[in-house]
Design a protein around this ligand. Structure first.
Ligand SMILES: NC(=O)C1=CN([C@@H]2O[C@H](COP(=O)(O)OP(=O)(O)OC[C@H]3O[C@@H](n4cnc5c(N)ncnc54)[C@H](OP(=O)(O)O)[C@@H]3O)[C@@H](O)[C@H]2O)C=CC1
Ligand SMILES: O=C(O)CCCC(=O)O
Length: 487
């Protein structure tokens, strides 16, 4: 084991089912490696359908008492969990950088971001209101909100902490129990989080973590088991579609946070410095591996050359490397396979006529590195326009009119986040309303926080996470009719 922590007991390698740390039934394990060095970090228990079923049964049992508690009692446990996450920020960040590759500063930021969802939903869970409906007769209609039931969650490797708390926070706050399958690349962050929830006093069975390399087996059980009432997923659109189909047989509720193809539209009247800074953040955050990362920079012809010059100059200052090393601004991408996939998209663009302004090659630091890249002379038939790049590659497209920009922005099956830069108030409104996206940043790309409804339209998914709306995904609406009041 090569991860050095202040509290070594946060490094867990077994599954957590019904309040106990357990191996898989077959004793199988899978390796977790550091993408920056290729070093082996840990062997983690690999569970399958049988253990997942056991976790679901435990969740259903645990929910009976949990959902009957006053919201305040559930909130108290979540508040303790929140504090423990903050108290252990450094260890959680070290685990994250080791298994995911992002810089230590980014990992610390994500731990705080992840903790904010626990705190937010500890508070929001106390504010689940119903309604009384004034019916036109001798009756009263009452609407109550109830927990949806056992929740199954499948999470990705790009945000190994926050994508878990954004689901577990609201689920637990309203009285649900949860069974979580973390990404195979980043199970250690998930296991450390559930260890802290356990230390916070969360009763056994309410939060189960089922790591494993056979995702279809675990996902198959989660989506077919009738005890599971809701599946919440963050990841790629093809897997999201598959899970939705699998959920149809038992008519489960689903929340899907899927792929994106975010445009950053920069108009001639934008403040150039602000636009460059925003585009840099939107593109290169987490080495480009965020579903709301800028995928396409759309720049109006009058400002295009100045933008490319300033943007590329800033990119040339980046230092890619091991996320633990001081001075590293950007870490590796998650796997060698991902680095190769990014390069194939760049090669496709270059073969079709794109010009590499900077980068354009795998990094020399290791198999999982890719150079921060800027491409010009790009067109809308290239893969970098159509597909999610999920890497540090910025294709800069040119447009003429506002109508062109809106058409290009909407010319995709995705609809998660879009950003625009302009000094015109009228244009801000017009374009924000015209683009088909779930979230729009106007002169801002740092749009995420626990207080906002995060989610997409079109094939980017359904449901919203965070904010007051984030509770709805875990609640059922029940109508009760009180009749014959005169009796
Ligand atoms: N919206 C987002 O935030 C994300 C988008 N993506 C996009 O997807 C691309 C591929 O990344 P990748 O990691 O392969 O994404 P996936 O969608 O394959 O993985 C996300 C999660 O789904 C699980 N999973 C995969 N297949 C199944 C299945 N059949 N049944 C149940 N669960 C399953 C994975 O498990 P396991 O790890 O064990 O395979 C992981 O936990 C990226 O390049 C990016 O474009 C990826 C991650 C996050
Ligand atoms: O799905 C993702 O890529 C994580 C979203 C990051 C964020 O909340 O900003």
């Amino acid at each position: 084991m090569t991860i050095q922590l202040k509290d070594a007991s946060l490094l867990k390698t077994q599954a957590f089912i019904d309040g106990a740390w357990v191996d898989g039934d077959q004793g199988e394990t899978f390796a977790v490696t550091d993408p920056a060095t290729g070093q082996h970090l840990a062997d983690v228990a690999s569970v399958g359908a049988t253990e997942t079923r056991r976790a679901i049964d435990a969740a259903a049992r645990a929910m009976i008492e949990w959902k009957a508690l006053p919201a305040k009692s559930r909130s108290d446990v979540l508040e303790k969990w929140h504090q423990l996450i903050l108290d252990n920020t450094e260890d959680l960040a070290i685990i994250m950088t080791a298994e995911q590759g992002k810089t230590l500063a980014e990992s610390r930021g994500e731990v705080a971001y992840g903790a904010s969802f626990v705190k937010w939903f500890a508070e929001e869970g106390k504010r689940v209101y119903g309604d009384i409906i004034p019916t036109p007769s001798d009756r009263r209609g009452v609407v109550v909100k109830q927990p949806v039931g056992v929740v199954a969650a499948i999470t990705p490797w790009n945000f190994p902490n926050a994508m878990i708390t954004r689901k577990a926070g609201p689920a637990l706050a309203v009285g649900c129990a949860i069974v979580l399958k973390p990404a195979a690349e980043t199970p250690l962050s998930a296991l450390a989080l559930v260890e802290l929830a356990n230390r916070a006093g969360l009763p056994a069975g309410l939060f189960n973590v089922v790591p494993g390399i056979d995702a279809p087996a675990i996902g198959g059980e989660m989506t077919s088991n009738p005890t599971v009432k809701k599946v919440t997923f963050t990841g790629s659109t093809p897997v999201g579609k598959l899970l939705m189909k699998q959920c149809a047989d038992t008519v489960k509720r689903t929340s899907m946070e899927l792929g994106g193809n975010a445009p950053v539209i920069i108009f001639d009247d934008a403040d150039l410095d602000i636009a460059v800074a925003g585009a840099l953040t939107a593109k290169y955050r987490n080495s480009g591996q965020t579903c709301i990362c800028a995928n396409r920079l759309l720049v109006q012809e009058g400002i295009y050359d100045a933008f490319v010059e300033k943007f590329s100059a800033a990119v040339s200052e980046f230092r890619i490397g091991n996320g633990f090393e001081a001075g590293t601004t950007h870490g590796p991408v998650i796997t060698e396979k991902a680095a190769k996939e990014i390069h194939s998209k760049v090669q496709n663009a270059v073969e079709e006529g794109a010009i590499v302004v900077i980068g354009g090659q795998p990094g020399e630091q290791g198999a999982c590195f890719y150079q921060p890249t800027v491409l010009t002379n790009v067109t809308d038939d290239m893969r970098v326009f159509r597909e999610e790049i999920f890497g540090p590659v910025a294709p800069v497209f040119k447009f003429s009119t506002e109508a062109d920009a809106i058409r290009m922005a909407n010319d995709t099956e995705f609809g998660l986040a879009a950003y625009l830069y302009t000094e015109s108030m009228g244009r801000s409104w017009r374009v924000s309303e015209a683009v088909e996206y779930g979230m729009v940043g106007v002169n801002e790309t740092a749009i995420s926080s626990e207080v906002i409804p995060f989610g997409g339209v079109k094939e980017s998914g359904q449901g919203r996470e965070g904010s007051k709306y984030g509770l709805d995904d875990y609640l059922e609406t029940k109508y009760i009719c009180f009749g014959a009041l005169q009796r």
